[in-house]
Design a protein around this ligand. Structure first.
Ligand SMILES: [Zn+2]
Length: 246
């Protein structure tokens, strides 16, 4: 069991507790580190299993170790970093087996989810889902890998939200998060574009109230994404030492 599964809290930032402006600055800096590390993972400059040394990150970003710890905690929530007690932080290591198991569970759950959604979806939910797909398409077009990955995941979470079942929302969120590192590293721009197009087709089937078609489309979509992530992996070639040197 890793420390990331234990109940942990983000480090407190005592120095900014009574100063909203300072708290905002700390939040921005934390976010900046989260974005920089995520980008390094996307660009294969930071490899699975790499140790993230607090002091080196603090020096690199010119911040305190407290702020670095906050960023690492946030990255662990995003499943991009694994925190181990007394050993420190490491870039998570995507496992093909885990990805396969995650997609198997998602196919069991999401086909039924979409049928239930068709039975009870409201016009306002359809509108929200359409707006989401528009944002998705924009991020795909910009080749903004971190945003498009999040939005492509979130479409599935949004469907669970439209059902109003918080247990299902949490479950889907947990399942998609478990594949976030593997997706950031291995989903190509073409894969992302295809996923967005498949989401559009799924939503059309939902709008047409065609439960069999929608369930079939989501099943095929999940199979396709699973294949993209588990069968076409590129081997990273960059050295860990060069990861954060941009
Ligand atoms: Zn999808």
């Amino acid at each position: 069991m890793t420390a990331s599964r234990k109940k942990t809290s983000p480090p407190s930032v005592a120095e900014s507790a009574n100063d909203p402006a300072a708290a905002q600055a700390v939040g921005n800096t934390t976010e900046h580190i989260v974005v920089a590390v995520t980008r390094a993972i996307v660009e294969h400059r930071l490899l699975p299993g790499a140790k993230l040394v607090e002091q080196k990150l603090a020096d690199r970003f010119g911040v305190s170790r407290t702020i670095v710890r906050q960023a690492l905690f946030r990255l662990s929530q995003l499943k991009l970093v694994r925190l181990e007690q007394a050993r420190g932080a490491f870039v998570a290591e995507p496992s093909i087996e885990e990805a396969r198991e995650v997609f198997a569970v998602r196919r069991m759950v999401e086909g039924q989810m979409v049928r239930q959604l068709i039975a009870q979806i409201k016009p306002a939910d359809l509108k929200l889902l359409k707006a989401h797909l528009k944002a998705e398409r924009d991020a795909v077009a910009r080749i903004d890998v971190a945003t498009r990955t999040k939005l492509l995941f979130d479409f599935h979470v949004c469907m669970a939200q439209a059902l109003g079942n918080q247990v299902l929302v949490d479950l889907i969120q947990e399942l998609v998060s478990r594949c976030s590192l593997i997706t950031l590293m291995y989903q190509s721009a073409d894969d992302a574009e295809a996923s967005n197009a498949e989401h559009v087709d799924i939503l059309k089937a939902i709008e047409a109230r065609d439960a069999d078609l929608a369930a079939d489309l989501i099943d095929r979509h999940l199979l396709t994404v699973e294949r993209q992530l588990t069968e076409r992996r590129r081997v990273p070639t960059l050295r860990i030492e060069d990861a954060l040197l941009d």
